[in-house]
Ligand binder design. Sequence first.
Ligand code: ADP
Ligand code: ZN
Ligand code: ZN
Length: 804
Amino acid sequence: MKIVSIIVDVPAKQTDRAFDYFIPDEYEEIIKPGMRVIVPFGPRKVQGFVVAIQEESDFPQLKEIIEPMDIEPALTNELLLLGDWLTDNTLCYKISAFQAMLPAALKAKYQKKVQVVDGSLFQKASEKIQALFQGVSTLNWEEVKNSGLLSAVQKEVATGSMEVIYEVKGKINKKKKKYVFPNGTTSELQMKKNQLSTRAIKQKEVVDYFIEYPHPVEHRFILSELGISSAIIKGLVEKGILQEKEMEVYRDPYQDRIFEKTEPLTLTKEQDEAITPILGAIEKEMHQVFLLFGVTGSGKTEIYLQSIQEVLNKGKEAIVLVPEISLTPQMVKRFKGRFGNEVAVLHSGLSVGEKYDEWRKIHRKEVRVVVGARSAIFAPFENLGIIIIDEEHESSYKQEENPRYHARDVAIERGIYHHCPVILGSATPSLETFARAQKKVYQLLTLPKRMNNQALPTVNIVDMREELRDGNRSMFSKILFEKLQDRLEKQQQTVLLLNKRGHSSFVMCRDCGYVLNCPHCDISLTYHRFQSQMKCHYCGYETFVPTRCPECNSEHIRYFGTGTQKVEEELGKVLPEARVIRMDVDTTSRKGAHERLLTDFAEGKADILLGTQMIAKGLDFPNITLVGVLTADTMLHLPDFRSSEKTFQLLTQVSGRAGRHKLKGEVVIQTYSPEHYSVVLSGKQDFEQFYQHEMIERKLRAYPPFYFLSLITVQHENLMKVVSVTENITKYVESKLSNEAIILGPVASPIPRINDRYRYQCLIKYKREPKLGICLKAILDQYQQEISSNGLQISIDLNPNIMM
Ligand code: ADP
Ligand code: ZN
Ligand code: ZN
């Protein structure tokens, strides 16, 4: 018997290796690497991934696998290798790495079925197979498996006459429509038609239709097309002339929309210079990383589109990552417009079922381009010709749970495997990326100006402290207010950004300064205006807003801070005639709401678009001539070494919304730190100067890109325990690493307690520590027992984004 190596679905240290099993003879032909199987594991039956097939094993007394779960491998060989890489590079378990690469539908509880999808191909299947599916189009997996014909069914799936489908119970039912199609060849139809009674005129008409057009036709359609009742069809089905079947239709979220076909534009000289090296790498099948550095509107997307076209011409595939938040219909339209049905779209707004549908289009090679958010980097293409990451600096490309991977790193790893170029695009690249481009690790391609040669908008930086001194207590500075009025008169549009990150509305006593904190976490509670409640954003604790200070009993306890609702109310007072669309988590939580609000704004149904970060990107409306940023600097005070960088990026992005077309744009940035370099330089849209300045800061403070970081966070409900474990870990790390490494700890985390669990951390800064991986793995192994038994939690983030 043949032997398979399997990674079982038991995420623990002891099981984080391959186990060997025999393949029973009946499955010998079927089982392939990348498939999921059910195996006995101790007293249990568990799922596992086949990672290799081999002739022998070092282990005596192997058990047999129980049954396959897939008929085609869920993971390609490349993705299996990538799983090993993820495990090494994020310190996750192998099983977690594999699971991360699959759509959620494959992880949920499902009912698996085999379905005939192509009637005419099915006609050519063996008699046994035809008998198995006698009179039905769908069989449960169990029936197929027990028939002893699994291997024959596998061949049918390979030819495309059948496929395996998953019906998640109650969760993702496929959208189906009833279809009618001929039962037999055209000549058989002709024969059967001649046997029909002469009075069956309508029935003959239907048969004629199918003689002419021997393909499945939607039931509803044929009724209206021929003006017949369903009884006619029913009669023909009973006579064995036609067949009826429920067939799945893809729940393509964009299917009802028509995307106007676009043609490649003639590139400008700058674009031509930028695309040439990319096309060269595609041509030579060479891996290379490019940084495409250009402001918004400089023509980057057109370069992506034409590079992808070249890849498709060579018969290869493309992955395009865009940040979740900018995966707007506008963006999708540009790709669908150029490549039509070749494009699958993956983003979190899709239901589990819709995502699975899109994934299957990729898996079955029905599409060759995928546009999606972070996890689309695992698209199971086997012949990749290019990977593009737009807005490469976005923090959403890093996954903040296990496996803690960065999509950029995965992209480069896949690019190496496929010998294909990786393009990182941005107007404000991350410091790490720009530094690598400076060192020529990446090739820098620059698009220096906007397409329409439109000048960048003029930026006014307003010092809000001065406004206050001049007696202006409103949230709008004098100049912003005047410009708002001016735009209303001219019937032009304004975008107002309220920078909420790092900014919450808290309740404070004006007399004694008491701040209402969460009793379980060391963080202030956030005021929620809508329900008039106080909530903890970390543990969910809720309480009523106090009317008196719990500390000094004063009545002067009130909330501080600004929310979008409050700005909206304020606008209603000072500019009652302005029509405002508010976009924040509350107004966009329902599916499609985000898009509808934007469409309304595009159609001129409002004068002002007011929102949080989510409005900063991707908007491209000709009538926007004013952008106002209400509070530019709230992020600067977060415990995050990237806070200046993020502030610069956000302000630059949002400023780019104004005057993208014929009308000239203006920007007003209100701030309490007008002298801060990230505010000043974003006003000038001067990335390179910002880069120079920020690099000096990073060097001084030993942060990336000069040092790598690893963050170990320890959590437990007992403070003494947390401190002692973190102390031991820190000592251990110190003993294992070189003197070059900077080890900071043990210290309390910036949020020292969440949900009654204390948090301590150890931060490691290093340049080159080949032993670090082994050292960190050893820490996890050392505490494995306690992690699984007494609630100790140790998380390790290599290259952390958030330092909380
Ligand atoms: P970016 O992706 O850098 O924001 P785009 O590719 O969206 O820039 O280009 C900005 C605008 O210029 C778009 O409306 C696009 O259609 C147009 N554009 C891009 N390249 C060309 C070209 N070569 N000729 C004419 N128009 C172009
Ligand atoms: Zn008080
Ligand atoms: Zn809390």
